[in-house]
Design a protein around this ligand. Structure first.
Ligand SMILES: NC(=O)C1=CN([C@@H]2O[C@H](COP(=O)(O)OP(=O)(O)OC[C@H]3O[C@@H](n4cnc5c(N)ncnc54)[C@H](O)[C@@H]3O)[C@@H](O)[C@H]2O)C=CC1
Ligand SMILES: O=C(CO)COP(=O)(O)O
Length: 296
């Protein structure tokens, strides 16, 4: 009987399933049946001792309410985002259903498209309980190097915030503002997400490591990123609806922009880039955002 299963068979779930199948049998399940080796129904997957959950952040609460039965499973959360309706971080939502000692969170630069080809990558497994890291690290294949961190909130904020900054970077690219502008945007973005994280108790070093700078540099500089491509579309004045239909996959930065906008107002945090991304999603002209960013 397999001990580990991936829940969610989107791009990231499938890539993690490929990686976790290298050393042992790994099951996978999703809402719709897929033609993937070791695809099982949800009930069978849920019987595994170790679960990796890769469903979009905005669906997590409802999915847990409707489907999850806690049976002392150890869980790695693979999603990156903040719940827009409540401004809650994913660890807060999961902890409403599962004891925190059973939870871990994946962070770090990791395009699914490269992981599924077995290309080398480094990930951080974050948990308040180091035993979760010790349990899961042995499942990962040789082409993935895993690191441990106990900074769950820092990892959560890095993974969510960098998606919003990737939208900003895609806009910058789409407007053909040049390499200088993009480097400035990314480095100011890193300072901004660090400031946001500090407010919520994140460790500053997390922002300079794989989870922060690593994932931000990756996502904010490549068309492989869905969030970056949303930015490219916005710069071309496409409607958000058209961009998301064309994308056909989740771009977490969109809803997370709304969550960050509510949190920055509620907690009075200075987040100029995320604020402009939110306004552009609400219809502001990107050129006007640029002028405002250069002025403030
Ligand atoms: N694709 C990537 O390179 C990476 C993605 N992630 C994160 O992983 C999460 C999932 O992303 P992808 O798999 O790439 O997205 P995707 O758009 O490829 O797939 C999303 C999956 O979630 C499932 N899903 C949607 N609504 C659901 C619901 N209500 N209940 C259950 N399942 C539902 C879909 O059926 C689909 O299988 C996101 O939070 C993303 O930020 C993290 C690291 C890398
Ligand atoms: O999180 C990711 C890589 O680490 C994937 O980013 P996108 O969701 O923007 O494609």
């Amino acid at each position: 009987m397999a001990r580990i299963a991936v829940i969610g068979a989107g791009k990231w779930g499938q890539a993690l399933h490929y990686a976790l199948s290298q050393k042992q049998e790994c099951l996978i399940t999703s809402r719709t049946k897929r033609d993937i080796k070791n695809f099982v129904n949800l009930q069978t997957a849920m019987e595994c001792e170790y679960l990796v959950i890769a469903i979009p952040a905005q669906q997590v609460r409802q999915w847990l309410k409707d489907n999850f039965k806690f049976n002392n499973q150890k869980i790695l959360v693979a999603s990156k985002g903040i719940e827009a309706s409540s401004g809650k971080f994913l660890n807060e939502i999961y902890e409403e259903f599962i004891p925190r000692d059973n939870l871990g969170f994946i962070a770090g630069p990791s395009f699914a498209a490269e992981v599924i080809q077995g290309l080398p990558c480094a990930l951080v497994l974050n948990s308040l309980n180091e035993e979760i890291f010790i349990s899961f690290e042995k499942f990962f294949p040789d082409f993935i190097k895993t690191y441990y961190s106990c900074d769950v909130i820092g990892a959560e904020i890095c993974g969510a915030y960098k998606n919003v900054l990737a939208i900003a970077s895609g806009i910058c690219e789409g407007l053909k503002l040049g390499n200088n502008a993009r480097a400035s945007l990314i480095s100011r973005g890193l300072v901004e997400m660090q400031r946001f994280g500090e407010h919520f108790g994140a460790k500053m070093e997390t922002f300079l490591g794989l989870s922060g700078a690593g994932d931000l540099f990756l996502t904010a500089s490549s068309e492989l990123s869905r969030n970056f491509r949303v930015g490219l579309g916005l710069a071309k004045n496409k409607t958000l609806d058209d961009i998301l239909i064309e994308l056909g996959e989740v771009a977490e930065g969109v809803k997370t922009s709304y969550a960050i906008n509510s949190l920055r107002i509620e907690h009075n945090i200075y987040t100029p880039i995320a604020a402009e991304v939110y306004l552009i999603l609400e219809g502001k002209n990107p050129q006007d955002s640029l002028k405002d960013l250069l002025r403030t």
